[in-house]
Design a protein around this ligand. Structure first.
Ligand SMILES: [Zn+2]
Length: 190
């Protein structure tokens, strides 16, 4: 599933984005590997071609808006929108509940392309899909930079890189059983 034009896995390795340890993912699951996506997202020269590849994949569906999930998705979604000539809006948590804030609006005539940087369980993609559907807009597809698990969102889905990695429910995590301290690299300083 690797995009032939962009060797994203090599880029992730070169930039030190593939970490080993004991991580609590944003989904709540634990894993001994973590993709520090900001080693890519912090560099506009890398984001541009990745976003272009996602935009090219969905251009024929003529999306009218790109919708992503805060925080990493904002950067990638914005750049995808630039290539498609659409607006870029994002979903963020309001009192723990995913919401469209900042007077972002979708209408029934919109065809939303959902863009996410790293997908493990697909929970955040499903949350964005639910909000888009509530607005009456249709979903043109889901574009992903790195897909860590399986994705079946029932809409056209494209990932630049499929990088399956094992993750565990905390109650079933071998590293927890070995009493290894867990870190939260997604939102903390590592
Ligand atoms: Zn664990």
């Amino acid at each position: 599933m690797t995009n032939a034009k962009i060797d994203l896995e090599s880029l992730l390795e070169e930039r030190g984005a593939l970490l080993g340890g004991h991580f609590r993912l944003s989904s709540g699951r634990h894993s001994d590997r973590f993709v520090q996506k900001f080693r890519i997202l912090e560099d506009p020269e890398l984001v541009e071609p990745l976003a272009r590849a996602i935009a090219d994949e969905f251009r024929a569906q003529r999306p009218t808006v790109v919708v992503s999930a805060a925080i990493g998705g904002i950067i990638l979604g914005y750049e995808v929108a630039r290539h498609l000539g659409t607006k870029a809006i994002f979903v963020e948590k309001e009192n723990g509940v995913p919401a469209l804030r900042r007077s972002f609006a979708l209408s029934a005539s919109d065809r939303a392309l959902i863009v996410e940087d790293v997908v493990t369980t697909g929970l955040s993609v499903r949350e964005v899909m639910a909000l888009v559907s509530q607005s009456g807009a249709s979903i043109a597809g889901v574009g992903i930079a790195v897909l860590r698990g399986e994705a079946d969102f029932g809409v056209p889905t494209y990932a630049l890189l499929h990088l399956p990695m094992q993750s565990y429910d905390p109650s079933d995590c071998p590293q927890c059983r070995a009493a290894e301290p867990v870190t939260e690299p997604g939102s903390r300083r590592s």
